[in-house]
Design a protein around this ligand. Structure first.
Ligand SMILES: CCCCC/C=C\C/C=C\C/C=C\C/C=C\CCCC(=O)SCCNC(=O)CCNC(=O)[C@H](O)C(C)(C)COP(=O)(O)OP(=O)(O)OC[C@H]1O[C@@H](n2cnc3c(N)ncnc32)[C@H](O)[C@@H]1OP(=O)(O)O
Length: 182
């Protein structure tokens, strides 16, 4: 199937909109994950989302430096926020590729600019550059992701009952109508 340009959903939040966390227990963006990444994201121009992530001592691999796997996690979150919010489709990461170009020290902020590259049926291609300490800082990490559109049953059928009960209690377990960004 040919890859087509990604068309931003007409109900997607406008450029400049600050995105709320998609799930409070999410390791990438949730505020109930103390050692999580607490990534914050804003919609950018032209099919992009800009995310920020402060690297703390909880995120170390080598002393004083961010763990590469955690950086990959930040990109998974940033790419996922770009896909989910701009296309408004439930999708999961099928493939995530990262290039680590420079070390990322504790105390630095990574500015991640994610961009929708194209769509081929259920496959969504997205990529991002992570700039050190400023939106136009040097690129420290680069990533490309393939997300695959899934039905809501993907989440319902694979999550444990306890998690589904929590969502239900929070009024978020409607069959086909999850708020995209509650
Ligand atoms: C957590 C997200 C919640 C979303 C809720 C909804 C809305 C929320 C709104 C906003 C969201 C905001 C922020 C989101 C932030 C972060 C997101 C984090 C995302 C994650 O962290 S999510 C966890 C990790 N993720 C998984 O847990 C996936 C496990 N996995 C599977 O569940 C299956 O594996 C699946 C479904 C991927 C495919 O399975 P399937 O049976 O449905 O489909 P199939 O295999 O046919 O693949 C269809 C086409 O994709 C190609 N394809 C598939 N995988 C490929 C690969 N690796 N490389 C190259 N191509 C691949 C095939 O080749 C075929 O291509 P073709 O059509 O051309 O043949």
């Amino acid at each position: 199937m040919d890859t087509e340009a990604a068309v931003v959903h007409p109900d997607a939040p406008a450029p400049g909109s600050e995105l709320a966390m998609h799930y409070k227990e999410c390791f990438g963006c949730g505020d109930e994950q103390e050692a999580g990444l607490h990534l914050r994201s804003t919609v950018g121009e032209k099919s992009s989302v800009h995310s920020r992530f402060l690297v703390t001592t909880a995120h170390q691999g080598a002393p004083g430096l961010a763990h590469g796997g955690l950086l990959a996690c930040a990109f998974d979150e940033a790419l996922g926020a770009c896909v989910g919010n701009l296309l408004r489709r439930p999708a999961v990461t099928g493939k995530l590729e990262t290039d680590f170009l420079r070390p990322v020290p504790v105390g630095s902020t990574l500015f991640i600019a994610a961009h929708l590259d194209g769509v081929a049926g259920r496959k969504i291609y997205v990529s991002a550059d992570g700039h050190l300490d400023a939106a136009d800082g040097p690129v420290a990490v680069r990533a490309r992701g393939l997300f695959v559109t899934v039905g809501f049953e993907h989440f319902r059928s694979h999550a444990g009952q306890e998690s589904l009960d929590k969502l239900k209690a929070a009024g978020r377990a409607r069959q086909n109508d999850w708020d995209i960004n509650p």
